[in-house]
Design a protein around this ligand. Sequence first.
Ligand SMILES: [Zn+2]
Length: 233
Amino acid sequence: MQWLTQLAEVARRTGHPVTEVTGWKTRGHGPQPAVEGIVCHHSAGPSGGGDYPSLAVVRSGRPGLDGPLSQFGLGRSGRIYVIAAGRCWHNAPSTSGYHTNSNSIGIEAESDGRQPWPAIQLDAYRKLCAELCKEFGLSAARVKGHKEVNTAKPDPHSINMHDFRLQVARLIEGDDDVDVDAVWHDARIKMNKGEKDETAVSPAAFLQRIETEQDRIKAMLTQVLVRLDALDR
Ligand SMILES: [Zn+2]
């Protein structure tokens, strides 16, 4: 049992702006018993403007369901709202043993359920999931859409969760840490030798090689995630 008072710090590691909602460190239906999964939601809030008009509902609840409803809110601008450090009512009943209210963290992203997702909001969504996985020692396979762990739910709308997990997995593995300068330096040497050296590659051939490699890695990651998914059941 714990109050997850590190959540604001974890959110800041995404590089996206963070709002700590007053009182969040002691807000919850008691402390959080465990963290073994992450559940992605959309708030089904109003269609109009505003960054996070669902805040009051997610923090304080609605008739028939007391707040807080989830630990995090995610605004249209990519701003992360830290709402609660304790247990929240975001997924009951759960069809997954790793994604109950007592052992998972909920993220309620602002969306009316139809509007296209802003790219910056999706970027923050993936990065928040990746940072939470790193903080709690979870694989990307533990990131689920509400629609995957509760048969009655449609959220988050229009996000392919398999692709989403692949992207989260890449962030966890730190693909961003690839030394681009070194790779480019190597490629330029090969290209400059192109006129004399038959083993050198043209820019087009080099690009082709990278794309082939990318596809191979993507296929491999998909296979790994499919197996991880199977383990979770
Ligand atoms: Zn939901």
